[in-house]
Design a binder for this molecule. Structure first.
Ligand code: PMT
Length: 423
């Protein structure tokens, strides 16, 4: 019996040209034995006909919230509650906006509001629409609400543009569903994640910081939550909503991040479940001003008197945790896995190799089990981007380079990768 053969699935279709690809999803689901019901928005039916959808799903298409015959068979509340899986493909910019705003003005949005089980969105739109701040704000809100996304993928889109916006392929969407409905590999495990930048005060109005948006750490956090982990997220100042279900601790400076992290680490054995991994994605300031001024540093009236900036080193959170974990291993205990991220800057022709060498040195210095390396100067990588391209360095010498992926996919792959180390 195949994975889908005892599953009921609602496939919701939004009004976008990618709706034609959803036909293949319907075909695959039926071929694998799933019971499928299609919910189509009015706009979706401009792209695919009810007849085609009915032929492929084996059931009349539902699109009208107020149709008596549709309510009779399965009203929106029952529809939302009875299916094992609900996938929205394509999820248009408009659907994302209405979901993020909690609207319930058609059959699809009322079903989504009433839904308690797993939902997967497969966004598809023009790359400029996907990158628009309003869309990204809505995506961040949906992810914070615990909604999973697959894609959008890179490549040519229907209007002739090229970029991130293509709906994920049907097989990829099904894989996402299988992952959502499968037993959770991180159930019963606790993960500590650091994310975002730190800010080091010069005076009450100025600080030193860096360009981290927190997206990478958020993606790892959301992947961990979806995989069933309990998550403590220690983060610097970011403009992202806290993921639902995460135990978030907001800090500002590197010293505060260090203190909060050490407190979680010290309590790891008393916390149920015990800490299994620490994944440090935060861009922690290596230095802070030696003397924080209690009042604003004045420009002064004398010409060009520039106050000197003296810096002192911040504690290294990753190196400290790695040293503690290594000590535990030497004492015969089984320590949490300690994972760092390395932001390297390679510009030469052989940037991938030079970055890898720098990161290997960093890993030896810090002593962590795994180091996830990104060249933050590579296109689509690093600070603030929606995507990232990473190489995973294991202490054992094993290495894996992943393609350019959305940060969500990097997070998901990383969690899968680490879960395999537990078995
Ligand atoms: O937040 P985004 O905009 O999505 O950007 C993502 C990212 C580029 C910030 C992320 O992918 C990343 O590379 N994070 C690590 C940034 C960093 O500080 O790199 P580093 O090479 O300077 O530090 C290596 C490791 O040591 C990191 O795990 C860091 O958290 C840790 N560290 C650094 C200094 C310090 N005092 N304490 C630390 O624990």
């Amino acid at each position: 019996m195949g994975f889908w053969s005892d599953k009921s699935v609602a496939v919701a279709i939004g009004g976008g040209i990618a709706a034609y690809k959803t036909l293949e999803l319907l075909r695959l689901l039926r071929e694998e034995g799933a019971r499928v019901v299609v919910i189509a928005t009015e706009a979706a039916l401009q792209f695919v006909t009810p007849l085609t959808l009915q032929a492929l799903s084996g059931q009349p298409v539902r699109s009208n919230l107020f149709s008596p015959c549709e309510a009779d068979g399965m009203d929106h509340i029952r529809l939302a509650q009875e299916v094992d899986w609900l996938v929205v493909a394509p999820a248009t910019a408009d659907i994302l906006a209405r979901m993020a705003g909690g609207h319930g003005d058609d059959l699809l949005t009322t079903v989504l509001l009433a839904r308690r089980g797993p939902v997967l969105l497969a966004p598809a739109m023009n790359p400029a629409m996907w990158a628009h701040p309003a869309t990204q704000r809505n995506v961040a809100q949906l992810q914070a609400d615990g909604i999973a996304l697959v894609g959008p993928e890179y490549g040519p889109v229907a209007c002739g543009d090229h970029g991130q916006g293509r709906m994920a392929e049907a097989a990829h969407i099904l894989e996402g569903g299988r992952r959502q409905l499968s037993p959770k590999p991180w159930q019963g495990r606790h993960v500590l994640i650091t994310a975002g930048p730190t800010q080091e005060d010069l005076d009450p109005v100025r600080y030193l910081s860096n360009r981290s948006s927190g997206r990478m750490g958020w993606a790892v956090c959301q992947a961990a939550l979806r995989a069933g982990a309990e998550v403590t997220l220690i983060h610097g100042p970011v403009a992202l909503p806290v993921p639902r279900g995460a135990n978030a601790i907001a800090v500002q400076s590197a010293q505060q991040m260090y203190d909060a992290t050490m407190q979680v680490w010290e309590n790891r054995a008393y916390h149920a479940p015990h800490l299994s991994a620490a994944i440090l994605t935060a861009a922690v300031a290596d230095f802070r001003p030696a003397n924080r001024q209690m009042t604003k540093i004045k420009k002064g009236t004398a010409a060009a008197v520039i106050p000197p900036l003296t810096l002192v080193q911040n504690p290294d959170i990753l190196a400290t945790l790695a040293a503690r974990a290594n000590q535990m291993a030497q004492d015969g205990q089984s320590p949490p896995i300690v994972v760092g991220f390395a932001a390297e800057t390679g510009t030469d022709a052989d940037a991938a190799e030079s970055v890898r060498v720098l990161a290997r040195e960093k890993q030896a210095r810090k002593g962590c089990d795994l180091l996830v390396v990104n060249n933050v100067l590579a296109p689509g990588c690093g600070f603030g981007s929606l995507t990232n391209q990473v190489t995973i360095l294991h202490r054992s010498g094993h290495e894996e380079t992943w393609p350019l992926l959305s940060k969500e996919e990097v997070g998901e792959r990383l969690l899968d990768h680490l879960a395999n180390l537990f078995v």
